[in-house]
Structures are given as C-alpha cells and as structure tokens.
Write a new protein. Structure first.
Length: 125
C-alpha cells in the first residue's frame, strides 16, 4: 500500500503557513512615500534639514574635504566627493522617505523623510 507524499496534517500545516505569510505581507507592506526633506549629518551630528522642493546645491565639509549635494525636482544625490571609490556618488538619486546614502570616508550621511509612515525595506523587514 503506497501513501501520498503529504498527509492531511502536512497539507494543513503548509496551508496555514502560506496564509500567515500572505497575511503578514498584506499587513506590513507599504508603498513608497515621497520624501519632502533631507537631513544632512557630518560625523553623526545633524548640520541641517533641507526641503526637496527647492532646487539647490549644497557644499558639505566632510572629514576628507568638501562634498557636493544636489537637490533637484524633489530628489537628492551626492554629486561630487573627495573619496576614492565614489560609492556615494554612484548611489544616485534618492526620493523616497526612508532612503539614505553615506560617504563613509568623509563621515557624511543623508536621510530622507516625509509625511506618513516609513516604508519597510528588505533590511528592516
């Protein structure tokens, strides 16, 4: 007498697990919220918050020299950096609440915030 691959209990356990995953996904998934301000930090100390609605360029003095931040059309990016690998420059434009980028050698970071709840990403989830 051969038995099926899954018993009734196995099918019930898989069904409940799938329902739990689906329910948690529906509960915690949130669409991205557009940011309206960017906070700039140097060595962990906030040096200012700037609205993303006003186009401008900011020069920030980091530990390795000046960095250039560009705010344009509701988004922000590192445009120039004195560091060797330019990872912060390659991070590109940021525009959603909760987005962040940093130039670690210069100890400069930017964090975007907006109205509404912060969206969860793969790291925080």
């Amino acid at each position: 007498m051969t038995r099926g691959l899954l018993s009734r209990g196995d099918v019930l356990a898989v069904t409940l697990a799938a329902a739990c995953v689906g329910g948690l996904y529906a509960r915690f998934w949130q669409p991205a919220v557009a940011a309206d301000t960017v906070e700039v930090r140097v060595a962990g100390t906030s040096i200012g918050r700037y609205p993303l609605q006003i186009n401008r360029s900011l020069t920030v003095e980091g530990s390795r020299g000046p960095l250039l931040l560009t705010i344009e059309d509701g988004r922000v990016r590192f445009s120039k950096s004195p560091c060797r690998n330019q990872i912060c420059v390659h991070s590109g434009w940021l525009s959603h609440s909760g987005d962040a980028a940093a130039c670690l050698p210069s100890r400069v970071s930017i964090t975007l915030s907006g109205h509404g709840s912060e969206a969860l990403d793969a790291v925080s989830f």
